[in-house]
Design a protein around this ligand. Structure first.
Ligand code: MN
Length: 293
């Protein structure tokens, strides 16, 4: 009963692309995960869970889906080397942006994000990145590859984007040295320094500008989000995270132009973590719809 066609987010009718403002791009890509495996099942698990989700948003008092949500087929290249995958993601992103779509990618591991950012940056040269994560992801290479999930933010910085990182609570000596020596344009808010008022505080502290959001689900506490590649203790909870996103997105001097939600490694398709991820996708769409997208 769960796999009837069309297999869309929220069980919504399959729209023609031209009628959709929001495009969900599943990228079931997993090549370099170092610990728990399974991120390649993330997008499918999110879509699966979303089909049991209420489509009315009680906080926003509306049905965000009416803005038009299109679920694309998963992006899987025939022969995927990391370099080829990166190109394919970037090209696909550009082809959707040129049609004025809001692309929300579903991962997949975090290594997909630099290519998504590159696609957006070609349309918005001043693009900034809002980065929610337990990990700094600043390694030059990891396990021999520059395309690793542990290097995502390093690659984004190399493109010239300014990054605002929240929730970081895991970093290597090498990455700390990189920060100290190179002084890259990343503003890190460490989890241990984040006070209870962080949603109000940091949502206003982020510089004004055009943003891409990369949301690694391990930003959240493992008590509510145990299904990630590398869970780290001391993460953040549901309502505080939503409050931050709502306040940030409500700002008139901030415009979000794209997003990804990555690193869901479902233990099984009925796990509450999958449901959380699908609600998060829908919440972000809801906040954008309310802003007039
Ligand atoms: Mn992470």
């Amino acid at each position: 009963m769960f796999f009837e066609d069309p297999y869309t987010f929220g069980g919504l009718a399959d729209l023609p692309l031209k009628k959709a403002k929001f495009v969900l791009l599943p990228v079931p890509y997993e090549a370099t995960v170092s610990y728990q495996v399974g991120t390649k099942f993330g997008p499918q698990a999110i879509i699966h869970a979303s089909r049991n989700m209420e489509l009315y948003d009680e906080e926003l008092e509306m049905e965000p889906w009416q803005a038009g949500i299109k679920t694309l087929p998963g992006l899987v290249p025939e022969k995927h080397t990391p370099a080829r995958m990166a190109k394919l993601i970037e090209k696909t992103t550009s082809s959707l942006l040129i049609k004025d779509k809001f692309v929300l990618a579903l991962g997949g591991e975090h290594s997909i994000s630099p290519s998504l950012v590159a696609g957006h940056r070609s349309f918005y040269p001043e693009l900034r990145v809002l980065h929610l994560d337990a990990h700094a992801d600043l390694r030059e290479r990891y396990e021999g590859t520059p395309y690793s999930h542990a290097s995502a933010v390093r690659r984004i910085l190399e493109m010239g984007c300014q990054v605002f990182s929240l929730g970081i609570r895991s970093i290597s000596q090498e990455e700390k040295e990189f920060l100290r020596k190179e002084k890259p344009p990343v503003e890190i808010h460490w989890a241990y320094t984040m006070e209870p008022d962080w949603p109000e505080n940091l949502s206003q502290k982020a510089p004004a500008g055009i943003y891409y959001l990369t949301f690694d689900l391990d930003f959240l506490d493992p008590s509510i989000m145990p299904d990630t590649g590398t869970p780290e203790p001391g993460g953040f909870l549901w309502w505080e995270t939503l409050r931050f996103l709502r306040l940030f997105l409500e700002r008139q001097d901030v415009k979000l132009v794209g997003a990804d939600i990555v690193e869901l490694a479902p233990k099984n398709f009925f796990s509450p973590a999958c449901f959380l991820a699908s609600r998060l996708v829908y919440k972000i769409i809801g906040y954008l719809v309310r802003k007039g997208y």
